[in-house]
Design a protein around this ligand. Sequence first.
Ligand code: PDD
Length: 284
Amino acid sequence: MRTVYVNGEYVPENEATVSIFDRGFLFADGVYEVTTVVDGKLIGFAGHMERLQRSLSELKMNVDIDPDELLEIHRELVKRNDLDQGMIYLQVTRGAPDDRDFAFPPEGTEPTIVLFTQVKQVIGTSVETKGLKVISVEDLRWGRRDIKTVQLLYPSLAKMEAKARGADDAWMVQDGFVTEGTSNNAYIVKDGKIITRDLSTDILHGITRKSVLACAKLLQMDVEERPFTLEEAWNADEAFATSASGFTNPIVEIDGKKIGTGKPGPVGDRLRALYIEENRKSAI
Ligand code: PDD
């Protein structure tokens, strides 16, 4: 049984509780981060903590969280759960007032802070060699996708739609342009150039995206940050997605159309290898 963290305490998972009035539960009024663990160490931790602070501040959640303390909690959970490969999920909500109310709870209401580990093989997966199939769906999420909130119902529905149609994931499309995957950033490669949507409020500013683009620079690959259309994606030489726990995952089919050779492409493969090498070195 896992040991999890809830509001200052380490407890067995079946003893962890949160109030029914919690803003996260009633209003999806919370933000989260997922940090990957490899060799028992954290990948991209500083980036995740910076984004957490940004999400909190965009939602005007006055939470005083010390990143060093959060680092200690992450490490303690890795240790107590003997985690070698997987993720640590962290969620912060606006806390639990004593009733349901659209207005924010009074100043001084303690936030709810929850962390738990998830075991997942992240290196040497079958996806690396087989790739993923995606379908396209309209992007029906709210307009502040740069804030990592826990309102994940639409991505969850899109994922189920993908599964129902024999695919693995969905790429969301707004006005004909791909925004991102349900839980990853989206890329295509055409004539040797990597194309990925530029940062705005339309997409989450992926921590993996930043690191992968730095790897592309090291490899002297051409990168163009701009929206790309679904048609461009269908006709790309290669496609891939990035996320903390997936690193770079090859996309071999979009809407039933084979991308390139229909096999994972060389650009994604090289980026994945370098990403893993670099991030293993800097893991803490
Ligand atoms: N998802 N876009 C969306 C919509 C996401 O939910 C995620 C991450 C990403 C990639 O961001 P990063 O590289 O920082 O993981 C892009 C996490 C992993 C999740 O929900 O489990």
